[in-house]
Design a protein around this ligand. Structure first.
Ligand SMILES: [Zn+2]
Length: 303
């Protein structure tokens, strides 16, 4: 075990082998404040992105490959929100939302997921370069919220009975978002082909009831360690094993050097066309809402 504190900006996995179940809890605080601060979204979108980011943390920490990436993308054609993207790589999280401010304002302070997205879809993509695995599942964005959409993704696309709970709140100390996910893996070992999945197996409803009893205020309680939370829910089980915790932080892969290398691939006349009135090329990163001024002389000539 590491000494990583298990209260905030961390994810913790457990296995309950006797029940063929695995679970994960994640909680975000200062990391969330940092990501949201850059965007300046209205509160309703901050809540939505906070919920999406903690879901991303839960799903991302399922990746076996340390270089793996998990992306969730919610999109719609005619919603007030037309695109939301979050991703996870090595414990680093980022995300953004594209929306129509006027239409969003018309929806009031507590719009439903349907009001925000209209007829939308949630795509979840697991990318594991080490084993060259990439798979994507898409589910309709309907029902109560993102937790339910994620649950139907696992039960429909993956045939894995799952329960997902998410909670978000903001207080004087900032944002806090917590999530819990449990899954039934009847064949035991992960990665092995499942010959069949019995959705009616009695061991699973038991786990689902216990996991589902978690309260939103427990998920978002900064003083309740994730190990204590698991203990509170599953203390009657003979054995609950914890996996090494994963620290979560804000991270983005954009960098002035990388952007300059992308610009360098364009022919000189196109590069000249990108230069703005202030004499530099401005490139925006939607994820971290940062604008990078790139001076043309800093761009290596195209080969
Ligand atoms: Zn960025």
């Amino acid at each position: 075990m590491t000494d990583l504190p298990l209260f905030i900006d961390v994810s913790l996995g457990v296995t309950i082998n006797a029940r063929h179940a695995r679970g994960r809890a994640a909680r975000l605080g200062p990391t969330l404040d940092r990501i949201l601060a850059n965007h300046g979204y209205p509160p309703v979108l901050e809540t939505l992105l906070a919920e999406a980011l903690v879901l991303t943390a839960l799903l991302g920490s399922l990746l076996k490959d340390p270089g793996g990436q998990l992306t969730i993308q919610a999109q719609t054609e005619r919603g007030a929100v037309d695109l939301m993207v979050c991703d996870y790589k090595g414990g680093e999280l980022r995300g953004y939302i594209r929306h129509d401010p006027e239409r969003l304002a018309e929806l009031g302070p507590h719009p439903t997921l349907f009001a925000l997205f209209g007829k939308g879809y949630l795509a979840i993509t697991f990318d594991q370069p080490a084993t060259d695995e990439r798979y994507q599942g898409i589910v309709p964005l309907e029902g109560e919220g993102l937790a339910q959409a994620a649950q139907s993704y696992f039960s429909q696309s993956e045939q894995i009975p799952s329960i997902v709970r998410l909670a978000v709140r903001k207080d004087d100390d900032g944002w806090v978002a917590g999530g819990l996910m449990f899954q039934h893996l009847p064949e035991g070992e992960e990665g092995r082909e499942r010959l069949h999945t019995r959705l009616d197996h009695p061991e699973w409803p038991h786990v689902a009831v216990l996991a589902g009893s978690v309260k939103p205020e427990e998920l978002t309680d900064r003083t309740l360690g994730l190990d204590e939370l698991m203990w509170r829910l599953f203390h009657e089980e003979e054995e609950v094993r914890t996996l090494p915790p994963v620290a979560l932080s804000k991270g983005c892969r954009c960098s002035p050097d990388y952007i300059a290398s992308v610009i360098a691939r364009f022919p000189p006349e196109e590069q000249a066309g990108m230069v703005g009135d202030d004499g530099v090329i401005r490139v925006d990163c939607a994820f971290c809402a940062t604008s990078f001024p790139i001076a043309l002389e800093k761009v290596a000539p195209a080969p």
